[in-house]
Design a protein around this ligand. Structure first.
Ligand code: ATP
Length: 299
């Protein structure tokens, strides 16, 4: 298990991470979220032992993370850092050897992964000849070459097309099923929502929201009702507890204070004509994120 306990980081007088704690168990995919400058990369760098923390402790299975455990860790950094004059094979050997792997094993694993990422023909190609998206695939492959127990992914999906996002996701989910601990950061809440069970949201280095996604959604009382039909927006807006009504493509989204408001809206809608949809939905993580970060900014 990865344990981050009461970690604080100062750069000079500036507090970049403020008393942060969380745990990631084997098989869990954990989301570290936050606006730009919230402290995500600083946290990752401290976990990797690349940066000293000012206070607190970080342990992997009870041990301090240092050179002795780097072969169990994989890190995809936000800034892409491939040696572009090397071939894909050479680059993978370079990283694999750093992780204590034998050349034969590295070549086997590289070929398997290139196959999975649908670029087997690039094994002997120079990195600089690859497109940006394919370079990112190679960088991801180098991060998981050693089948790490702990995998840290800083913005893994940035710059990828939706098809390649799927390939990355498939690999991440497979690794978590095989027991890896995975932490990733993303600004794209829809990515986080799809496969993170637990998360922490940082603002100015401090956690403003944390826990299991399911519970976070349950505790956030506001709900959305989606309606298709001929409704009068002004009348819906007047129902007590209705916060906002918006027209989205071919349906209306009615934001309500909490579940108790559903009945009132339903009573009105049942009198309207051409109603083909009435569905009460949980708010999206993006909505909760924006609300929570907004609230904390106002404090
Ligand atoms: P982004 O999403 O933009 O990548 P982040 O959440 O990863 O942001 P960090 O890079 O960890 O944020 O930065 C957290 C804060 O610490 C920022 O205010 C940043 O300016 C500051 N910071 C980061 N590195 C240093 C440094 N070496 N010296 C001083 N301040 C730093």
């Amino acid at each position: 298990m990865l344990k981050v306990k009461n970690v604080t980081k100062y750069y000079g007088d500036f507090k970049a991470v403020d008393n942060l704690s969380f745990e990631v168990k084997p098989g869990e995919i954990f989301g570290l979220l936050g606006v730009n400058g919230a402290g995500k990369t600083t946290t990752f760098r401290m976990i990797m032992g690349l940066l000293d923390m000012t206070e607190g402790s970080i342990t992997l299975d009870g041990n301090k993370i240092d050179y002795n455990v780097t072969d169990k860790i994989g890190f995809l950094t936000e800034e892409r850092s491939l040696l572009t004059k090397l071939t894909v094979k050479e680059q993978c050997i370079y990283y694999g050897v750093l992780k204590g792997m034998k050349e034969e094993e590295i070549i086997k694993r590289t070929k398997e992964l290139l196959e999975k990422f649908e670029i087997p023909e690039y094994f002997d190609k120079k990195i600089k000849e690859l497109s940006k998206g394919n370079q990112q695939k190679v960088q991801f492959i180098t991060a998981i070459i050693n089948n790490p127990k702990l995998l840290i992914l800083d913005e893994p999906f940035s710059g990828l097309d939706p098809f390649n996002v799927e390939l990355f996701k498939k690999q991440i989910v497979e690794m978590s099923k095989n027991g890896s601990m995975i932490i990733f950061s993303s600004h794209r809440m829809e990515h986080v929502e799809l496969f993170c069970k637990k998360l922490v949201v940082l603002l100015n280095g401090k956690s403003v929201l944390e826990g299991e996604l399911k519970k976070i959604k349950e505790q956030y009382r506001k709900k959305n009702i989606l309606i298709k039909g001929d409704i009068d927006i002004d009348k819906v807006k007047k129902i007590k507890g209705v916060l906002e009504v918006t027209n989205k493509a071919d349906e209306y989204e009615v934001k309500i204070e909490d579940e108790n408001i559903v009945d009132g809206v339903f009573k009105y809608v049942s009198k309207c004509s051409n109603v083909t949809k009435f569905s009460v939905e949980e708010p999206s993580l993006n909505e909760i994120f924006v609300a929570k970060v907004g609230e904390s900014y106002e404090k």
